[in-house]
Design a protein around this ligand. Sequence first.
Ligand SMILES: Nc1ncnc2c1ncn2[C@@H]1O[C@H](COP(=O)(O)OP(=O)(O)OP(=O)(O)O)[C@@H](O)[C@H]1O
Ligand SMILES: CC(C)(CO)[C@@H](O)C(=O)NCCC(=O)O
Ligand SMILES: [K+]
Length: 255
Amino acid sequence: MLLTIDCGNTNTVFAIWDGTEFVASWRRATNAHSTGDEYYTWLRTSMTLRSLDVEITECIISSTVPRVVFNLRVLCDRYYDTRPLVVGKPDCALPVAPRVDAGTTVGPDRLVNTAAGFDRHGGDLIVVDFGTATTFDVVDHDGAYVGGVIAPGVNLSLEALHMAAAALPHVDITQPQRVVGSNTVACMQSGIFWGYVGLIKEIAARIKSERSRPMKVVSTGGLAPLFQQADTLFDVYEDDLTMHGLTVIHKHNKE
Ligand SMILES: Nc1ncnc2c1ncn2[C@@H]1O[C@H](COP(=O)(O)OP(=O)(O)OP(=O)(O)O)[C@@H](O)[C@H]1O
Ligand SMILES: CC(C)(CO)[C@@H](O)C(=O)NCCC(=O)O
Ligand SMILES: [K+]
């Protein structure tokens, strides 16, 4: 079975792919100090808790945090006796090469989302991922990643307000009933929520107009449904997009 690992700046998701479907997935905080031994004991325990007895024979990793890769490699090598594919490394081929400025290192999560989006929907796509940052990945007609947009993530924006202003509390994102907040929390939630709705609309519209063609907007990440509630911002939402992309890239390298 294949172990897929999507390591973001905030969270790392581990999932097991049996060739047809994901049989389980687990999420933990990203921590560059976690060792291979720790990952293994945690995964073993997590599997036991679900009465899962599977043999992991292959592994693919996407990591936006380079330092974490070393310990994930140790996990694969020591405990599963396999050399992992690491997205973005020269020995991990992509279905279609990105077309960006020379010397640019595209985030592996964006390359994975591109491969996943193209596999499911074909080309001319905008993939919006609500992670630590909110990214827009532009996928050309042939499936190449050709660039995009990086905006501050929703939770990061809320945290920045709290950190920078003494009188602003820590708040969670939610859809406010009204735009005009009548207390501090409601004001902050309005700024981030409606500001984000505007950001998504404006950026998607400008990408479409800059490329002068219709493009499908695919969203992923836990917060996408919250924004979709307020307005029609995306054509489709897929919570498993990044994990799907890892299986697509793995398959491409095995063919
Ligand atoms: N209403 C909500 N308010 C706050 N957080 C939410 C809400 N709904 C989902 N989430 C959180 O959104 C996160 C979505 O995870 P996702 O993998 O998309 O990004 P991330 O883990 O925050 O970032 P990264 O992938 O960059 O590490 C999860 O941590 C989930 O708990
Ligand atoms: C933008 C993030 C942080 C989103 O996870 C990640 O994709 C990244 O670190 N990217 C590197 C820069 C780039 O993609 O152009
Ligand atoms: K993510």
